[in-house]
Write a protein that binds this ligand. Structure first.
Ligand code: SF4
Length: 348
């Protein structure tokens, strides 16, 4: 069976599981968690829950509800204050980032566009990179010998970003007039702020994590969950995602069923007339001052919200650290207030 066929088969299995009734998915989550605990015990490993926003808060409550009580860890300082308060209430162990966001930005570059695209842009920003085959594939989509000389739109960066960041290798795409950005871009922020501190803790305590990831959230996570399933016991990575097959609706329903304390940033969980559950404030949260996904956000966007909440901090990040220049470069308005945009209704 070719890799492609096997992936499309796995995708259809995931779709099938996602269409199970809610109760069946909850039972499935419990079975996966118990299976993971058994594996950990047999392999002399401990388990822990890696906690961030609502999804993993619900996961922690779920595991405790079924009698699985691993410690929970979080780089809480990156989260909203109301999330931090719930972490404290639930006894989540707070761990510290290894570097500050400012030092990561200065040393490596800004986290912008998306994690996988930032990594490709970082490669393009290295003059005379030794990875010329990869650079060629990012610029043109043409794979080298190893890739069977095929074309890959997955590896190629969209032209929109090549025009803004492909300047060092402009000769590979003379049709685009590629420019070189006056700032660095990198995907290293998550590594230093979240991943390494959690990995170091896990290594210190010989522990493997539960994560609150759901394939329905799409992106890189979806691909990983389809490829590796709910529980993955790899050479370098072992992890359990009992909610892999959940939809957002399932997650919110379980939060209600378990009377989970919902952090204030999300508001409350309510039901629309058509029966759909939703949170009355933020639908999703993430670190503040992160540029991943900013290009698809409507105004007032996250940088506008910071301006509303804390003008001094906004001035610092936008003008001193340089987010303003980054947003200008990728064509995202920030300096005018949202209500100054013609035709846009003020939300201030
Ligand atoms: S989500 Fe964004 S700001 Fe947060 S650690 Fe990752 S890259 Fe940095």
């Amino acid at each position: 069976m070719s890799n492609n066929l096997s992936f499309s088969y796995k995708r259809s299995v995931m779709a099938q599981k996602q269409s199970l009734p809610y109760n069946a998915k909850v039972i499935h989550a419990e079975l996966r968690a118990r299976e993971y605990e058994t594996w950990a015990a047999q392999n002399e490993k401990n388990t822990h829950v890696s906690v961030g926003g609502l999804d993993s808060i619900v996961l922690l409550a779920f595991l405790r509800n079924i009698g699985i009580n691993p410690p929970a860890i979080s780089v809480s300082s990156l989260e909203d204050k109301s999330i931090q308060a719930v972490h404290t209430e639930m006894g989540v162990i707070s761990i510290r980032p290894i570097k500050s966001k400012v030092s990561v930005i200065k040393e490596y570059g800004f986290p912008v566009v998306s994690k996988s695209k930032a990594s490709k842009i970082e490669h393009l920003q290295k003059i005379d990179s030794p990875k010329q085959t990869y650079i060629h594939a990012i610029m043109t989509g043409k794979m080298g010998k190893q890739g069977g000389y095929k074309h890959s739109d997955k590896i190629k960066l969209p032209d929109k970003w090549l025009k803004l960041f492909g300047g060092n290798y402009a000769e590979k795409r003379p049709d685009l007039d590629c420019k070189t950005a006056p700032f660095k871009v990198s995907d290293k922020c998550c590594y230093w702020l979240k991943e390494k501190p959690c990995d170091d803790w896990a290594a210190q305590y010989n522990s493997v994590p539960y994560l609150g990831l759901m394939a329905s959230e799409h992106g890189q996570r979806e691909l990983g969950l389809i490829k590796n399933g709910c529980n993955y016991y790899g050479k370098a990575v072992t992890r359990s995602c009992p909610f892999a097959i959940f939809t957002r609706q399932d997650l919110l329903q379980l939060a209600l069923d378990l009377s989970v304390k919902v952090p204030a940033i999300y508001g409350t969980i309510e039901r629309k007339e058509d029966g759909q559950l939703y949170t009355t404030r933020a639908q999703r949260t993430g670190c503040s001052m992160c540029g991943f996904g900013i290009h698809v956000e409507k105004r007032p966007h996250r940088f506008d919200r910071l301006r509303e909440d804390n003008l001094k901090e906004w001035e610092y990040w936008m003008r001193e650290i340089g987010w303003g220049e980054v947003l200008d470069w990728i064509g995202i308005e920030w300096e005018n207030e949202p209500h100054q945009i013609a035709g846009q209704q003020s939300l201030y």
